[in-house]
Design a protein around this ligand. Structure first.
Ligand code: SDX
Length: 436
């Protein structure tokens, strides 16, 4: 994996901050290859003040070469390649190679990478014991956090994160084993035996085989559904410094084991404001039930009783480009399965049309995001709703690992340690019980 450093174009431009007491300081303005400039405020502490940006609305936490998003124009590039082209022309393991290494693989590189991933899909048989501690009805994301985190116990002593080869094998182990663990998580929840991976299958076929095969009969994955799931994985692979990726970077900045870091990313992804939105969006569509209830439901959103799940985004103030591809995939899969009249798809499109024509949503620049349609496709593929966010985690593992690797490969990286605006009690002496 290349130890790329972002080419941060040092400009001669500066930003000057002047405090009300007359003190001032100059900060360099830095430009990347694409996107907004940044003000390098690293010397601000000299003035004895901090910046304040609790949810990081205006804060860039790192330089990166991996993924570029233009929220106003609705653009998403993986290593410069538009997501629409990758979703149509590439496959998931090729996208993984691209995110990890920075370039599309040659035929030889692709064959070698695929072979290596294929031969790391099995997990240590001891790992299967971890499932028994969970109730069968545990949410699969709870199981994923626990079992993926447990991987750090298997590789902790054979991992020098400052060794590029060790980082590479860890990346490949995670990319190969997270789908196996995800399928085991599903099997555990439905009380069926674990299905071992088969090397004759491609990456996505193998995952569907482990998810849906049983020892009792042969299972041949439907190529249309395989392609639809492949596209979903490509669309979800990486997305710049989102909440779960920032979690992985912060955990990794302490030098923690990458398996533990990915487990922290899975935990962060679980939230309904983030990766849990696909499950929440489908439950919302099932709750609305019929297009006749759309106006009433939308009014509830405007009355702030609840949010429209699958809508809105911190960065996209235009259509999430992934949502457009997902909508098309929805149509193709439902058509292939003779489900064109699927009620939930019709409902989703009616909901989208209503929201996109309503000033409440237009003023707030609320558009469908990647999670609005993905649940309909996952349901059509046969993925149970409680596994939707697990699928997101299977896809995003490559993004987390690529971002983790980029950070650790940067010799100048330091442990992340934000400060705060303290508004607690000022100094006071201990009170004996009699005086409380
Ligand atoms: C993902 O960051 C990433 O890149 C994430 C992701 C990735 O690939 O990693 O793209 C994946 O997480 C996609 C987002 C999935 N989440 C949802 O679909 C859940 C519903 N969406 C919202 O919770 C919300 O839109 C967020 C969390 C996604 C973004 O919220 P922000 O940027 O914090 O904006 P905000 O909450 O301050 O909202 C601004 C206004 C508010 O109204 P006012 O107070 O100004 O009146 O917009 C409203 C919000 O109430 N609003 C919504 C809304 N989202 C925002 N109102 C109704 N429905 C919504 N979905």
């Amino acid at each position: 994996m290349e130890n790329e450093r972002s080419e941060v174009l040092q400009s001669k431009r500066v930003a000057t901050l002047t405090l009300d007491d007359g003190r001032s300081i100059e900060f360099p303005i830095l430009s990347g290859t694409l996107g907004p400039d940044v003000i390098d405020i690293r010397t601000l502490s000299k003035l004895g003040v901090f910046t304040y940006d609790p949810a990081f609305f205006a804060t860039s936490s790192c330089t990166s070469n991996i993924t570029f998003i233009d929220g106003d124009a609705g653009l998403l590039y993986y290593r410069g390649y538009p997501i629409e082209q990758l979703a149509e022309k590439s496959d998931f393991l090729e996208v993984c190679y691209l995110l990890l290494n920075g370039e599309l693989p040659t035929a030889e590189q692709k064959a070698g990478f695929n072979n290596s991933i294929t031969h790391h899909t099995m997990v240590h048989d001891q790992l299967a014991r971890f499932f028994n501690g969970f109730r069968r009805d545990a949410h699969p994301m709870a199981v994923m956090v626990g079992v993926v985190g447990a991987l750090s116990a298997f590789y902790h002593d054979s991992l020098d994160i400052n060794n590029p080869q060790h980082r590479e094998i860890s990346a490949q182990r995670l990319l190969a084993k997270v789908p196996t663990i995800a399928a085991m998580t599903h099997k555990y929840s439905v009380g069926e035996p674990f299905i071992y991976p088969k090397n004759k299958f491609g990456f996505v076929e193998n995952f569907m085989y482990m998810m849906f095969a049983t020892p009792a009969e042969d299972y041949v994955p439907n190529p249309v559904l395989v392609r639809a799931l492949e596209r979903i994985l490509i669309l979800h692979a990486d997305h710049e410094q989102n909440a779960s990726t920032s979690t992985v970077r912060l955990a990794g900045s302490s030098g923690a084991n990458p398996f533990a870091c990915i487990a922290s990313g899975i935990a962060a992804l679980w939230g309904p404001a983030h990766g849990g939105a696909n499950e929440a969006a489908l439950k919302m569509l099932e709750e609305i039930g019929d297009t006749s209830r759309v106006p009433e439901y939308v009014q509830g959103v405007k009355d702030k009783k609840y949010k429209l799940m699958g809508f809105g985004h911190r960065v996209y103030k235009n259509m999430d480009p992934r949502a457009a591809v997902m909508r098309q995939t929805c149509y193709e899969v439902l058509k292939e399965l003779n489900l064109e009249n699927d009620k939930l798809f019709a409902l989703a499109m009616e909901l989208e049309k209503t929201a996109l024509n309503d000033p409440y949503f237009i003023e707030r620049k609320l558009y469908p995001n990647v999670d609005f349609y993905s649940g309909i496709v996952l349901r059509a593929i046969g993925i149970p709703i409680n596994m939707f966010t697990v699928i997101f985690a299977v896809a995003r593992t490559i993004g987390w690992v690529s971002q983790w690797n980029e950070m650790i490969a940067d010799a100048e990286h330091k442990i992340g340690r934000p400060r705060q605006l303290y508004r607690g009690a000022v100094r006071r002496d201990y009170l004996p019980m009699i005086k409380r």
